[in-house]
Design a protein around this ligand. Sequence first.
Ligand code: AMP
Length: 418
Amino acid sequence: MAKYKIPRGTYDILPSESYKWQYVQNTFRKVARLYNFKEIVTPIFESSDLFERSVGDSSDIVEKEMYKFNDKKGRTFALRPEGTASVVRSVVENNLDLDANSTKLYYMGPMFRYDRPQKGRYRQFYQYGVEYFGSDNALIDAQTIALADTFLRQLGLKNYKLEINSIGNATCAKDYDSALINFFEPHFNELCSDCQRRLEKNPKRVLDCKNKTCKSIAKEAPSMLDYLDEECSTHFENLQKYLTQMKIDFVVNPTIVRGLDYYTKTAFEFIDSNLGAQSTLIGGGRYDGLVKQIGGRDVAGIGFAGGFERLLLSLEAEDIKIPNNDKPDVYLVTLGEKAETISAELLMKLRADNISTEFHPDKKTMKAQMKAANRSDARFVILLGDNEIEQNKFNLKNMETGEQELVGFQEMVKIIFQ
Ligand code: AMP
């Protein structure tokens, strides 16, 4: 029995699985590049105040789920529960909004939330996301959504749905909040204690509640779409026009409010119903007031984030095989002392030629080494014994076809690369 156990809600990415993570991460990088986004990397902890001010202290993330700690000087930090706040902090601190090459950003990395773990929900999870600063044009919303859609398509996923909504700007959101308060107040005593609090602090969040009674009451609630002012409804119409033009399927779902305080206008989610309770693959939206709120200029912004864990679950559910390139090109089998001595140099030469190699010095027999070669999934085996050394050649075996030939070093490299 292992003496130490991994913390609840976390997991190891084991060597047999890591190629899948590399694949989805590389694909995300590739797609981000297609849209000319640059990577930004921020620390995994920040002043907890940053999240309280931006994500909002009425959100579950801040109210219940943040890993907060004091450092040795008594300063309060939090492990980041999401990526946007940190990116916006960096934009403001480094004036990135003034540099045209630094306004389209993507990130990847671990996030932390103290929530009840279940399938697709962990306490440490890995998000990928983008943020786009400097324009409130609906075409940018459509481009941001298109980036997410391109990513999912490039992975081969098909069974997901895009849902969009508009949650208005500060003015119309206020009217809508009043309408919600009027609607929910007669039901106040039936609402869960969380929602009773939400109704006061952020009434839209009642629409997000998973509690059965709250949900059934919320069904009859007024729709945000009836409260949009002209600017917001034109923006929303334009978004739909661009998505249609781009042939990206979507449905309008007026109940999407997103859990964080900072959203304005567009909110969207990519849903995969195969995933059960945790079915949101990607969530995102516009946050035009956030940069200013954090002390920056009045710069518009929009972004999304998704979790790699749910992505891998979706790929599994759709039976999509992830290519495994994490195998050596060559396994070197040596027979005899001379070959073993030469192997030290040969391994260096192969790697200098960009050939990934494997060997095992403690396995002496041909049989034991061939068994290990098979297990390693190497594409080729190089057999090196006294005979080959005498002729200054190598016995190269193609493990797929079983073909074997005696060749010089340069010829061997050529065949391996073919
Ligand atoms: P959010 O930041 O809550 O909008 O979440 C954006 C996306 O991150 C979700 O759609 C999920 O794919 C992923 N995600 C959020 N929370 C978790 C979690 N606790 N475990 C795994 N993935 C998560």
